[in-house]
Design a protein around this ligand. Structure first.
Ligand code: NI
Length: 170
């Protein structure tokens, strides 16, 4: 099932998500739906709050279907290591058509559980490192715009308010 993507302005995006304690069939179905919803929205990462579900689940595929082995499911993820620096454009499905330069760590290790509840560690660099940080932050109720200047953020928020008034942000 493809869920609509929740846009900026909805409180679920700025609320810390809840820890997953049950690793059952419902969780597997939700993960499957998250991949489907992410691909439908042309994204390379999606966090559960972005489909209105306040749970600590994120999915990532930085190859966008090219490499089936690149599909990553992160349940209850935590960033445990950050190294180096990268700066490039970042966007978010919940803030469509906006992109800003964001400085991030270049190599990142995440610790997370898989769909069976088994803990694992995964290290990524460049785009994957960026996605690991971006999606894990979503689960903390944090958006990438918290990393840009207050001035740029205000300009973006003003544009969004305009779109909201015009009924073009739903
Ligand atoms: Ni995002």
């Amino acid at each position: 099932m493809i869920y609509p993507i929740v846009k900026y302005g909805d409180a679920v995006l700025e609320t810390p998500a809840q820890t997953i304690t049950e690793f059952n069939q419902d969780l597997k179905k939700l993960v499957e739906d998250m991949f489907e919803s992410m691909y439908a929205a042309h994204g390379v990462g999606l966090a559960a709050p972005q489909i209105g579900v306040g749970k600590r689940i994120a999915v990532i595929d930085v190859t966008f279907k090219e490499d089936p082995n690149a599909k990553l499911v992160l349940i209850n993820p935590e960033i445990i290591k950050r190294e180096g620096k990268q700066r490039s454009q970042e966007g978010c499905l919940s803030l469509p058509d906006f992109r800003e330069d964001v400085t991030r760590a270049n190599v990142v290790t995440v610790r997370a559980q898989d769909q069976e509840g088994k803990w694992f560690e995964h290290t990524g660099e460049e785009l994957l490192a960026r996605a690991l940080l971006h999606e894990t932050e979503h689960l903390e109720g944090r958006l990438y715009i918290s990393h840009i200047s207050a001035l740029k953020r205000d300009i973006m928020k003003r544009k969004i308010k305009k779109l909201m008034r015009a009924g073009e942000w739903t």
